[in-house]
Design a protein around this ligand. Structure first.
Ligand SMILES: Cc1ncc(COP(=O)(O)O)c(C=O)c1O
Length: 456
């Protein structure tokens, strides 16, 4: 029996009294106690009362191979019997971390990735990327290149670096002042942009022109890197036009600016390619990865750098210590879980499944346009957003607290699906092992939930 927890009531009371939850006002948690998840299997989770829910969000876009996979659990157990953890600082290492670094280089050979720096999650992976980018420029003799550009609506985790390049003030306001020298550029978001441009290719051009102007204004010699997600996730599943990433890479190359691809959601298959940048035909200099790297079985992040970046640390007679690292960098259990997880990703060809089932998923979700408060349905592969608006003409965001959203989420839950509304966006990001039948089940429940919300 858990400490002092004899009944489900005690568990709820314990949560209300003693635990903070990320991304929510604690008073709201007190008013609306959370669902307490007790176990999970495949694409389903179960609460402490035994109720079953379809996990349409793969927890937080990360349980890509599904819950309770024996292969991953057995790998963790086997590793636990040998070595749970030993630091990788300075001159010690462990076999699962070494195997994982080799495996990642094979997977991302087309992007010319060369080295991995491990950490404990996505925010760590971004922080590492920002710091390595700055150190790279110092090592190659251009120390003035220390500023960053990122995209409006972008989400890059919660550390001070990641928060400083966040493209949504909602995540920044409470913690300002943040890092100086971080600049935002417009994102190719057809549904909402300052030009009211709905043609994706034209909007892409406008955004690229704005990026060029911004670089001109700051001065390329002051910019270390641009950070972007191949499809913006938390910002509302914003899918750029196919011309945007190649156009952006060209502009950055013209000015010698590094590209950091935040692959924390898109890495390992979610949009139908092994990494999101590859889906757009672009090779970044640095990739930040987490989530799908081991489907959340043990916390893990990884920052990969390409040959160009790695070469800066290999210059003879240039002192280049990496004064950066985490106690749990290269954690043996996390890496063992990743190795088993990536075997599944490869053997079951999950990027291909994300493409195949994702096409069906996106087509089915379009049916939700029949509801009057749905402004747009968009997505790529197995990530999608339904944008909720007060009315389609004004496009005013339908934001919580709202009876509509409460009914939507509450009804879906009662009908057996876990869905997530962030701001005015219903986000769907199921495990990559989703099938046609799971998509049908999702749509059936969403139809019931939207009907209930519309008929309030
Ligand atoms: C694109 C992106 N970057 C970074 C992060 C931060 O990852 P973590 O929550 O593991 O720190 C997230 C988390 O959702 C993310 O979606």
């Amino acid at each position: 029996m858990l400490y002092r927890m004899k009944t489900s009531y005690d568990i709820r009371a314990g949560n209300a009294h003693h635990m903070y939850h990320p991304m929510i006002d604690p008073k709201v948690v007190q008013a609306y106690p959370p669902l307490i998840v007790d176990r999970a299997d495949g694409v389903y989770i179960f609460d402490i009362d035994g109720n079953r829910y379809l996990d349409t969000v793969a927890s937080l876009w990360n349980v890509n191979v599904g819950h309770n996979r024996r292969e991953v659990i057995d790998a963790i157990k086997a590793q636990l019997d040998k070595l749970a953890y030993y630091s990788t600082f300075q001159n010690t290492s462990n076999p699962p971390a070494i195997e994982l670094s080799m495996r990642l280089m094979d997977m991302f050979k087309p992007e010319k990735m060369s080295k991995a720096f491990f950490s404990s999650g996505g925010s760590d992976a971004i922080e590492t990327a920002l710091k390595l980018a700055r150190q790279y420029w110092k090592l190659v003799g251009q120390p003035n290149r220390h500023q960053f550009i990122s995209l409006k609506w972008g989400y890059h985790g919660v550390h001070f670096g990641g928060a400083s390049i966040n493209g949504n003030p909602m995540f920044r306001n409470a913690y300002e002042p943040l890092l100086p020298g971080c600049h935002l550029t417009e994102t190719p978001y057809t549904y909402r942009n300052p030009w009211h441009e709905s043609d994706p290719a034209k909007l892409s051009n406008l955004c690229l022109n704005e990026l060029s102007d911004l670089i001109q204004k700051i001065g390329a010699g002051h910019i270390a890197a641009l950070v972007a997600e191949p499809v913006q996730g938390a910002g509302g599943v914003i899918v750029p036009d196919a011309s945007y990433w190649p156009g952006m890479r060209k502009i950055l190359d013209d000015h010698g600016i590094l590209l950091i691809s935040d692959e924390i959601v898109t890495g390992f298959g979610r949009i139908g390619a092994l990494c999101g940048a590859r889906a757009w035909g672009v090779s970044p200099d640095i990739m930040a990865m987490a989530k799908g790297i081991n489907s959340g079985y043990v916390p893990l992040g990884a920052t990969l750098v390409n040959e160009r970046i790695a070469s800066a640390w290999e210059q003879p007679n240039v002192p280049a210590a990496m004064m950066h690292g985490y106690t749990y960098s290269g954690h043996a259990l996390a890496c063992a879980a990743a190795n088993a997880n990536l075997d599944i990703v490869t053997q079951e060809n999950l990027p291909q499944n994300a493409l195949h089932i994702g096409t069906y998923f996106q087509d089915c979700l379009k049916q939700l346009m029949k509801y009057s408060h749905v402004g747009e349905v968009r997505g790529k592969g197995l990530m999608a957003a339904v944008e909720l608006v007060t009315d389609r003409v004004s496009k005013e965001m339908l934001l919580p607290p709202s009876a509509y959203i409460q009914t939507l989420v509450g009804t879906a839950r009662r009908e057996g699906a876990m869905i997530r509304v962030q701001g005015n966006r219903l986000i769907l990001s199921p495990p990559l092992v989703f099938t046609h039948a799971h998509v049908d089940e999702t749509l059936r429940i969403l139809n019931i939930a939207f009907s209930a919300a519309e008929n309030l």
